[in-house]
Write a protein that binds this ligand. Structure first.
Ligand code: ZN
Length: 177
């Protein structure tokens, strides 16, 4: 497994609409998934989308677990979601702080649907349906945005809803712990 370089804000690949994956059994795909998982773990992320490593395919990893950047994250096995779709969502939304491996040093308050129903193909090629809530729903919506060429900054309502990583660590994490 190889840790890949993460594309940073300003790189055009983050602004492209990613392409559907047609050949799930492609061996290359398995290697990309393994490398994405290695990269998200190494960089203390909770999710990573293929466009963030300059691969414009509809694929992301959700890999929530407590780490330095997200000490309160719930724990899950790293899960590859291929050709993911948002099927339905709750009316209610919640605002919370997000960061992004492609936008280092900045956090922003983003409103997301609290409950979503999603569909994706797993790495074995099986179609999965899941209901995701709260933090997990937030990760999915953030990563899904990457497939559409959207970054979380686009969804921040006001520049007063932005914070540096240092201030976030001082203010927000101290409050929560
Ligand atoms: Zn991101």
């Amino acid at each position: 497994m190889e840790v890949l370089q993460v594309a940073q804000l300003g790189n055009d690949v983050l602004r492209c609409k990613a392409q559907p994956i047609n050949n799930i059994s492609d061996q290359n795909l398995g290697r990309i998934i393994d490398n994405l998982i290695a990269t998200v773990i190494e960089t203390n992320g909770v999710g990573i989308a293929a466009p963030q490593v300059s691969i414009s395919d509809r694929l992301f990893i959700m890999a929530s677990r407590p780490n330095l950047r997200y000490p309160n994250a719930p724990k899950m096995e790293p899960t590859a979601m291929i050709n993911p779709r948002l099927i339905s969502h709750s009316e209610d939304r919640v605002k919370d702080w997000e960061g992004c491996l492609s936008v280092p040093g900045i956090r922003g308050l983003v409103s997301r649907y609290r409950v979503i129903n999603v569909e994706y193909t797993n790495r074995e090629g099986k179609l999965e349906r899941q209901e995701l809530t709260d933090f997990m729903a937030r990760i999915f919506q953030h990563e899904y945005d990457h497939l559409e060429g959207i970054v979380f900054l686009d969804r921040v309502e006001s520049t007063t809803d932005l914070m540096t990583e240092d201030e976030y660590q001082k203010q927000i994490l101290q409050l929560k712990n």
